[in-house]
Each structure stands twice: as C-alpha cells, then as structure tokens.
Write a protein that binds this ligand. Structure first.
Ligand SMILES: C[S@@+](CC[C@H](N)C(=O)[O-])C[C@H]1O[C@@H](n2cnc3c(N)ncnc32)[C@H](O)[C@@H]1O
Length: 254
C-alpha cells in the first residue's frame, strides 16, 4: 500500500523539526514539493535543506510541481479557496497515483503545523473522497508560527482561565471579537491592526520568526503600530515576501 506523510516542519528554523518528523523523513522515497513562485523560493530552499540535514543513508526523489495560483480577483473568498483546493487535489492525486510506486512512501512537507491555515489535509480528504487512488497517511505535527511567536516573546498565550482566539487579518478587519482579551492574527497582508480600536491593547508582533531575518516588536499597539507597518513594508520590499504573526492583548485594566 502506498503511504503518505504530511509532515509539519516548523516555521523557518531547521531546529524546529521534531524527532518524529526526522524519523518520518527517513522513511520517505518521494518528496512532493509545490513551487509557489517567486517569493516562496526561500521556503522551497529551506525544505531542501531540512532533507539534506536530517536524512541519513536513504535515497529519495523530489518531484517539483507548480502550485496553481489562487484566483485573487474572485468576489467571494471561500468559494475561490474551495475551487483552488479542488484544482490542487487533482494535482496531488496524480502525484500520489503516478509518481509513487505501490509500496513506496511519499511526503508533503508543510510549513509550521498542518492543522493551522494549511490546505493539505483538506486536499488529502478530498482525494480519499474521490476514491481513485488508495493510500494510507499519517500526520506529523510541527511547530506553528503561533508557538514560535509565543516562545520568542516569552509569553503564555492565554491568561488564567481565559480563552484565546485565532484569526486572520481579513477577519480582524471586521473588528476585535467581544469578550476575548487575547487574539492571535495570521495571514494579515494589510496591517488590519491599524484600523481597530486600539485603546488599552498591546501587540506582540513577529516576522520571519525562527529565521535569520526575524524581527520582533512588542508594546502598546497605539504607540508601535506605525513602526510595525513601516518595518513590515521595508522588510517585504527588501526580501520580496513576508510572513508575520501577532498577538493582540487587552491590558488587564480594561
Ligand atoms: C498559510 S499560513 C501557514 C501557517 C502554518 N501552517 C503554521 O503552522 O504556522 C501562513 C501564515 O503563517 C504565519 N507564519 C508562517 N511562518 C511564519 C514565520 N516564520 N514568522 C511569522 N509568521 C509566520 C503568517 O501569519 C503567515 O501569513
């Protein structure tokens, strides 16, 4: 039976790769690498570095495929993402069915953790639903941007007995949720933090966390938001891409 690993590789520092992930890497015959285009070249390179560093005495093949771009002009976000996943499911299905021998093991290396803002597991479910190729699969957790952010700022994410909320820049633009004092924001290309009511809010921000380009800023949102937006734009201009995550925290007095 074909086997597929979905392996979380952490968010940038090869030291974030777990022992379980290393053991899985050493079983893999074929790595499927989706090339997402210009700004993601660095990320593809890191995946290759991880394989070279951790795989000992095992030969493997790497199959690179172009990841189809998502339609960013579509008026409705969720149907556009679903259509994109469907397109990718077709590609992954072909990779597993045609590039993997009957008893071989393949792997998708997922940035951070596969359970968090990543389509790979939904795509695998879709391929299983289609039922055209038989395989078993296993998911290996990785260190997500959220865990890396918290470690770098040396903070616990929740306050005692309280909830935390994980969201995107797109959702934050609708406003901070009520009754939640700790909100983690990912996938924010537009600095949505600049437009919310910033009274009594602190921000813990990190870009390129775990890499040599890492930038960390913490402080009052009102005082730091323009600095963060400026640093973000400069870093993106310099490198061609940026990934940043932040925690917004209502101070205890509020
Ligand atoms: C498509 S999501 C993938 C999340 C990933 N699966 C995880 O577990 O962190 C991409 C978002 O993750 C966050 N991210 C990923 N890597 C990061 C890093 N090294 N530093 C800061 N944020 C990062 C950013 O918010 C980025 O927009």
């Amino acid at each position: 039976m074909r086997k597929v690993f979905v392996i979380g590789i952490g968010v940038g520092n090869p030291d974030y790769v777990t022992v379980q992930a290393i053991n899985a890497l050493n079983e893999v015959d074929v790595f499927f690498v989706m090339d997402k285009g210009r700004e993601k070249e660095d990320l593809v390179r890191l995946r290759k570095e991880i394989c070279e560093r951790y795989i000992k005495d095992k030969s493997y093949r790497t199959i690179e495929t172009i990841d189809p771009p998502r339609d960013r002009t579509a008026s409705s976000y969720e149907p556009a993402v679903r259509a994109w996943h469907e397109q990718r499911a077709g590609i992954y299905e072909r990779l597993i069915g045609q590039e993997l021998g009957e008893n071989e093991c393949g792997a998708f290396l997922v940035w951070g953790d596969p359970s968090l803002y990543d389509g790979t597991l939904r795509i695998i479910d879709r391929i299983i639903e289609r039922g055209t190729v038989a395989f078993e699969y296993q998911v290996i957790p990785g260190i997500s941007a959220i865990q890396a952010l918290a470690a770098k700022h040396k903070i616990a994410l929740n306050r005692i007995g309280r909830s935390i909320h994980i969201t995107t820049g797109r959702k934050l633009a609708e406003g901070l949720p009520n009754n939640i004092d700790d909100v983690i924001v990912m996938l924010d290309a537009d600095c949505a933090f600049k437009a919310i009511d910033n009274t009594g809010i602190d921000i813990y921000w990190g870009a390129y966390i775990g890499t040599e380009d890492e930038i960390l800023v913490a402080g009052s949102l009102r005082e730091r938001m323009h600095d963060i937006a400026r640093m973000r734009a400069q870093a993106k201009g310099r490198k061609g891409w940026i990934m940043d995550t932040y925690l917004l925290r209502r101070s205890k007095q509020q």
